[in-house]
Design a binder for this molecule. Structure first.
Ligand code: GDP
Length: 306
């Protein structure tokens, strides 16, 4: 599979789609790595946003609204969807074109689901490479979406400059499906469905969040997690959300923080890559040794640590 790097750089969508297929394929790894090496350093002008939230919270509705808003501001938007459930089910559910009908047909947008992989690590790791390809093709706002099931948020937060957690106002006091550990990853907490019957509880949840946030450990010393309420469906509150994103973007741009954070992210991805390759090597080349050791541990002849 030959990829024309000049065509990729000029933003040709078909070439970008083929390039992503190449990096996702396990059969052409050497070629994929050669392509990635040709991309050079990532552009500092791009913004990588990770977005996570439980199923049904309104992720695709918000991405459609926010993506169109960003395009109005002159950006080119790429959406990469990581679906951890596809690891089990074998299918990529997210990124289906019907989920974002306007954005998926917009000439300044590119939407791509991540396929099923053997492991979540495997899926997410190719998404990081896909993100780099989108940047090379001139997309300057990359949204990486994942369903919140724990592990995947960590992977996504490691490939984004800004991590947004989407939650829904609940009828009770608690925010639905939000775990404290995940909340601590977020730069921005967005309460969706602040409309109709949920309007009131959304505002109350927002007030609760704002009260609780100062007591959460800060993810970054120079940024306090913010919260806002939106209605993705009615496109309310998007200006405020966008303003928060741009504020953090500005703060990140100061004193080389973005450069530093991205370097740290690249190192985290290198470590993931190494771990994954070691797993594969162990499975493929040392399965006899592994089976023997498993047997000895099972029989309690040696300890797991030994
Ligand atoms: P996802 O699974 O997180 O991607 O959620 P979707 O974007 O598919 O939305 C799930 C359901 O919630 C759909 O029926 C949407 O129409 C609805 N929804 C999304 N955003 C809003 C909102 O702001 N207000 C209301 N009332 N419904 C919404």
């Amino acid at each position: 599979m030959n990829i024309d790097v000049a065509a990729l750089r000029s933003g040709q969508r078909r070439t970008l789609a083929r390039a992503i297929t190449l990096i996702e394929s396990t059969a052409h790894r050497a070629q994929a790595e050669a392509l990635l090496a040709q991309l050079g350093p990532a552009p500092e002008s791009s913004l990588r946003i990770g977005l996570s939230g439980p199923p049904g919270v309104g992720k695709s509705t918000l991405i459609e609204a926010l993506g169109l808003h960003a395009i109005d501001q002159g950006h080119k938007v790429a959406v990469l969807a990581i679906d951890p459930s596809s690891v089990q089910s074998g299918g990529a559910i997210l990124g289906d074109k019907t989920r974002m009908p306007l954005l998926s047909t917009h000439p300044r947008a590119f939407i791509r689901p991540s396929p099923a992989g053997d492991t979540l690590g495997g899926v997410a790791r190719r998404s990081f490479e896909a993100l780099r390809l989108c940047e090379a093709a001139g997309y300057d706002l990359i949204i990486v979406e994942t369903v919140g099931v724990g592990q995947s948020e960590i992977a996504v937060s490691q490939m984004s400059d800004i991590f947004v957690l989407l939650v829904q106002a609940a009828s009770g006091d608690d925010l639905q499906g939000i775990k404290r550990g995940i909340m601590e990853l977020a730069d921005l907490l967005v309460i969706n469905k602040a409309d109709g019957e949920l309007q009131h509880s959304a505002q109350r949840s927002l007030a609760d969040c704002k009260a609780a946030l100062p007591f959460l450990p800060a993810r970054r010393e120079y940024w306090h997690t913010r919260a806002c309420a939106v209605s993705a469906l009615e496109r309310q509150g998007l200006d405020t959300l966008w303003q928060h994103l741009m504020d953090l973007r500005r703060v990140l741009g100061d004193s080389g923080r973005l450069t530093h954070e991205r370097a740290e992210q690249s190192i985290a991805w290198m470590q993931r890559e190494a771990t994954e390759l070691l797993h594969v090597a162990l499975r493929e080349h040392h399965s006899a040794l592994q089976m023997q050791l498993e047997h000895e541990v099972r029989e309690q002849r040696i300890t797991p640590a030994e």
